[in-house]
Design a protein around this ligand. Structure first.
Ligand code: ARG
Length: 571
């Protein structure tokens, strides 16, 4: 995209001694008060170099750059050089870029040659994949798409919770009360029921705990019966998880979960020992992190079993060796802030300089308003049920609105699921929020359905133009000056911002930056649509307005795609 700050700097540098174009570009401001121009250059810093009063410098520079086609007006005001961009030049540059880049508009090769790992979702086997998992799942997927769009090679990892002493309990429980058919019919609910029963009965029957310990020990040794049972439980759970991933159109490059690192831990423990980092504390092996204001990192428990943190150490080292990442991103709830601080600190103490490339992308909690989603107090709300409900509710809404009957299934799915994902990515991730259907599915609010609807509206305007006038999208014969009207021009400016917005989202690991922006673009388009008649008879005017419609559509589509949401052509 034309970078106006850069262009301005290149123009000014010809008339300024002692400053590089880069230094000048860094000084160029975008005034909040539009009457001061689109860009302003403060001349204070130059006063020293040029030995002149800033207002005088501003006046002289204004004289020199006034003739450039870049500007409509250049005004020295006190120490500032205020520049008003030539609107038509700007509109033309912006629309040409969008319409030639299309689905690549906003992309870049910034990350070329660098690998980024995004670890997300990571549910626990044989446990519900519930509403709480939605955040890591969709934030992670969006980050994958954003980094991919910026030219990074991205490796998507699902670090499944498929290891630990609880699997000993699960195996013991299954052996007592389990039935294969029952599990296969409804894997997670059934396995969870066994697990709950195990805990109830173990209170009065300590022999059960002993059985569980032995089953886990057998699993760790790799004994066949336990390993097969565990593998089957994992497979059945995954089938259920995959149904949800398919609904969300989400996938992974690696499903290496915690169990994958079980044989890689002894080497890590050895290395910690060699580096003199381990100390004993009440039978456990720990890394003392007190000097860093953190509680100790427990590496092995007093019974010798390893824990979550140890597996994460092994995973990080393995990933560095295998993928040579330039960043390893963990999308995990802020409840685990301490865990990741400990993990990163231990890696640093082990002397890995790449410890600085580890990023914990944390987020707040989702809660539900009383009674709406949880049918019984305390019952877990399965993510799959939420997605299905979203599709059903959307079906009712669009039926009422009188949607094309053939499209009903498709629309209900695209809009229903899109609405849930969009809602999830609307607020900054660190905020806790309450999931409310009235907000998620509001077609007029700042929601997924609203943005998708705007996309379909753009598509429909373009279809109508083609039918009625035989128009195709072309700059030939288009009079771009009509797009200098306030509604059109504001919209062009929003579109122009999109590539910078994508970069900002990556820099902050914050997909909501994109969500907020495409809401602005959609609102901008709707204002333009209502303020101005688009399909006018005058071809030069109509063609210009269609160019802007097409560019709005591309921008919304690309933004939605980065969030993992489809953009319907019709609704
Ligand atoms: N399975 C864990 C949980 O559900 C999340 C795993 C996060 N990733 C990690 N590398 N520790 O809480």
């Amino acid at each position: 995209m034309v970078d106006f700050k850069q262009e301005i700097a290149e123009l000014l540098v010809q008339h300024i001694d002692g400053m590089s174009a880069g230094e000048i570009a860094a000084l160029v401001e975008i005034p909040a008060d539009k009457s001061r121009g689109d860009y302003a250059f403060p001349c204070f810093k130059l006063a020293k170099i040029m030995r002149k009063a800033p207002p005088l410098i501003a006046a002289e520079l204004a004289e020199k750059i006034r003739g450039s086609e870049l500007f409509e007006k250049v005004e020295p005001v006190n120490a500032f050089l205020n520049m008003f961009i030539n609107k038509e030049h700007f509109i033309s540059a912006c629309l040409k870029e969008v319409l030639s880049e299309k689905e690549r508009f906003g992309s870049s090769d910034l990350g070329e040659g660098q690998t980024v790992i995004v670890e997300y979702s990571s549910p626990n086997i044989a446990k519900p994949f519930h509403i709480g998992h939605i955040r890591t799942t969709v934030i992670g997927n969006a980050l994958y798409k954003i980094f991919d769009f910026l030219g990074y090679k991205v490796v998507r990892i699902n670090h499944l919770g498929d290891y630990g002493t609880q699997f000993g309990k699960m195996i013991a429980a299954y052996r007592h009360w389990g039935s294969r058919e029952e599990v296969e019919a409804d894997p997670i609910k059934t396995l969870l029921a066994y697990y709950v029963r195990f805990h109830d009965e173990a209170k009065n029957d300590p022999a059960l705990d002993e059985e569980a310990r032995q089953a886990f020990a057998a699993l760790e040794r790799g004994d066949a019966p336990e390993t097969e049972l565990w593998q089957w439980i994992r497979d059945e759970s995954l089938k259920e998880f995959r149904r949800v991933y398919d609904m969300l159109d989400i996938d992974f490059d690696s499903w290496a979960g915690e169990s994958f690192y079980s044989d890689k831990m002894p080497a890590v423990i050895e290395e910690l020992k060699d580096k003199g980092l381990l100390t004993e504390s009440r039978g456990a092996q720990i890394v003392d992190l007190e000097p860093y204001g953190l509680t100790p990192a427990i590496i092995t428990k007093s019974d010798g079993t390893s824990i979550y943190l140890t597996r994460d150490l092994a995973a990080a080292i393995y990933r560095k060796k295998t993928y040579d990442f330039s960043k390893c991103i963990y999308v995990v709830a802020s409840q685990q802030d301490l865990h990741f601080k400990q993990l990163f600190k231990v890696l640093e103490l082990m002397g890995f300089e790449w410890a600085k490339d580890m990023v914990h992308v944390n987020f707040g909690m989702v809660s539900l308003p009383e009674g709406t989603l949880s049918t019984r107090a305390g019952r877990v709300v399965f993510l799959e049920d939420v997605l299905n409900t979203a599709v059903e509710k959307t079906r009712e809404i669009v039926l009422e609105k009188g949607v094309n009957a053939e499209l009903i299934d498709e629309t209900a799915k695209t809009v229903g699921i899109g609405a849930v994902v969009f809602n999830e990515l609307s607020a900054s991730r660190i905020k806790d929020y309450t999931f409310k259907w009235e907000e998620v599915l509001n077609f007029d609010g700042e929601t997924g359905p609203y943005v998708q609807y705007t996309h379909a509206r753009c598509a429909s305007v373009l279809r109508n133009a083609a039918e009625k006038y035989g128009d195709s999208i072309s700059f030939e014969g288009a009079d771009l000056s009509v797009l200098t009207s306030p509604a059109a021009y504001e919209l062009v400016k929003e579109i122009y911002e999109f590539p910078a917005i994508v970069k900002e989202a990556a820099l902050k690991y914050e997909p909501s930056v994109i969500t907020r922006h495409i809401i602005d673009v959609a609102q901008g388009y709707n204002k333009f649509y209502h303020d101005e008649h688009i399909l006018v008879d005058g071809a030069a005017e109509r063609k210009a307005k269609l160019l802007l419609t097409a560019a709005s559509k591309e921008t919304i589509r690309n933004g939605l795609a980065l969030l993992g949401i489809k953009a319907p052509e019709r609704m």
